[in-house]
Structures are given as C-alpha cells and as structure tokens.
Design a protein. Structure first.
Length: 305
C-alpha cells in the first residue's frame, strides 16, 4: 500500500469512526451480562526501550507509557489463558467494560493497554501513524503481564496467567495492530495462539510485509460499516483455521464497545466461544460459536477449518 493510498484508507477509517460515534449510549445504558465476579484494576506499564513521538501538544518521550486495564475472575485459583485487547483510534480500554468482563468471567485474564498516541484521553489529536509502534506495545504488554502472573509476584494476578495460551483481539485501528502482530514480518509475536479482529483496518508496516500463515483467526465486522470491504477482502487471504462473522446492519464500533447495538448480546458469546476453542482446546466450543451465530438472526458465518 502506497502512502497516498494509506492516507485515503485512514480518512475512511476516521469517517467511519465519526459516523459510529453519532450513535452511542450513555453510561450504564448498555446491557449487563451475568457471570462470575470479575476484578478489574489498572496498572502503569513503562517500556524504557522505545520512544514516543511528539504531537502538536505533547512533548516527545524516551519511553512508552501504557496505562493498562486488567480483568480476571475474582475467585480464580488456577492459571488462565491471557487475552490482550487493542482499542481503536480515539478509543481507550474503558470503552470495553462489557466485553472485557464477559471474557474474564468466562475464565480469562484480560489486559487492555491504552496506546499513548491514539487514545482519546490524552491532550490533542491522535497521531495515527503511531499504529506502527502498537504491535510492539502489545508484545510488551504480554511480557509484563506474564511477569505479573508469576507466583513470586505480589500482583493480584500472581499465579493466574498461563503463558502457553495467549490470544489477542483488536477493534478498528487496534485490529490493524493485531494484523501486524500476528501476520506482518515486522512484528510477529510467536507466543500468540489465536486472534480476533473486530471491524479491522489493515495497513502496511514500513519494516515488513504480510505473511498470512496458519493461525486461528476470527474476523467480526458489521456490513453497515464503511470499511466492511476490508474484512471481505482479507478473509480469503488468511490461513486456516479461519472464521468470519458478518453482523448485518451493525456499524463500526458499537457491537464491541459499551454502546447499544443489535449485536450486543451475540458478540461476547461468539468471541468467547472462539477463544474457548483455540486457547482452552474445547472442541465443543466450535458448535457453540455456530449456535451463537444461528441464534442471532442478523449474522452470517463463513469458516474454513
């Protein structure tokens, strides 16, 4: 992808984000979901080995700071698979309380870093080209959470993180981050066992090229989103096993963030079933995923196993 094409795609993404942002719910208006008690807390992760660029209002830094939200089942007694969630452009982990809680209640440790230059809580506008640094942010988050999960740690998740089973998920530009992390030679993290891309945008990385190796991957995208075609075009290129769920009449971010969308109840069930199949090895979870799509009468499933 040339830089001129990249600018066009990014402008489409911004337009999609703006359109999606016009239909959001106030705090507390999204549906609640029953499940195990979940503990959620924040930690500050600092990577001193990589810098953060300056913006129009923020100075450059010699390090990258990731304010990270962690969720896990309160009564957990054993090691659990890890899921790292990447937010989208002008997003933050606080927009995913429902989805993170659903995954945690289902038996996962979930970590969501706040990217330093594309979140909506910082001063000034987001620096979109910083997406090229975000796969390394996710890898660093995995590093730090695994350290926190050691039995000798004094963290709340000490003894609760299974380093052998790691999944990632990303929304929009966060989906582009996931594509880089698992499929681009610039950034591949071999520790990742399964990936979920939600309304994902796929962009080039200057230091690598795409290698769509075999890795369990689930694409979820609403066909009322202006960039739905990106997932349609990407799915055939993926290795196997691969799943593609189209949410009819859903837009860009609403099915995944804490805002009202017809697919609100379906998305946590579909994504949890996927992770159960490929991180926990539960073969019956594949049938649960298919049933969840069937039960939601505004979805369509493609798969190749």
């Amino acid at each position: 992808m040339t830089r001129s094409v990249r600018r066009v795609v990014l402008s489409v993404l911004v337009a999609a984000m703006c359109a999606a942002g016009t239909v959001t719910a106030g705090a507390g208006s999204a549906p609640s979901r029953a499940g195990a008690d979940v503990t959620t807390y924040q930690v500050t992760l600092v990577d001193p080995s990589r810098p953060t660029d300056a913006t129009s209002v923020l100075p450059a830094s010699d390090e990258r700071t990731l304010e990270t939200t962690i969720a896990f089942p309160t009564d957990a007694k054993k090691r659990l698979p890890l899921i790292v969630l990447a937010h989208g452009l002008d997003g933050n982990p606080g927009k995913f309380k429902i989805l993170m809680s659903a995954w945690a209640a289902a038996g996962y440790v979930v970590a969501a870093p706040q990217f330093p230059l594309t979140n909506d809580l910082k001063e000034g506008e987001s620096l979109v080209p910083d997406y090229e640094n975000q796969p390394a942010d996710v890898s660093f988050t995995i590093d730090e959470v695994l350290k926190m999960g050691k039995k000798s740690s004094d963290e709340k998740i000490a003894g609760l993180v299974d380093k052998r089973h790691i999944g990632v998920a990303g929304l929009s530009l966060g989906g582009g981050t996931v594509y880089g992390l698992v499929f681009n030679t610039c950034c591949i993290d071999e520790r990742v066992d399964a990936a979920v891309v939600m309304s994902g945008i796929r962009l080039d990385f200057d230091e690598g090229e795409f290698d769509f190796r075999d890795l369990p991957t689930l694409l979820v995208h609403g066909d009322a989103d202006g960039i739905y075609n990106i997932s349609v075009e990407t799915y055939p290129q993926l290795g196997t096993p691969k799943w593609f769920v189209t949410l009819h009449e859903s837009t860009h971010a609403a099915p995944f963030e804490d805002s009202v969308d017809p697919a609100d109840d379906a998305v946590p069930v579909i994504t949890t079933a996927f992770f159960d199949r490929y991180l926990k090895g539960e073969k019956a979870a594949a049938k649960r995923l298919v049933k969840a799509v069937d039960d939601y009468d505004q979805a369509e499933l493609q798969r190749a196993l």
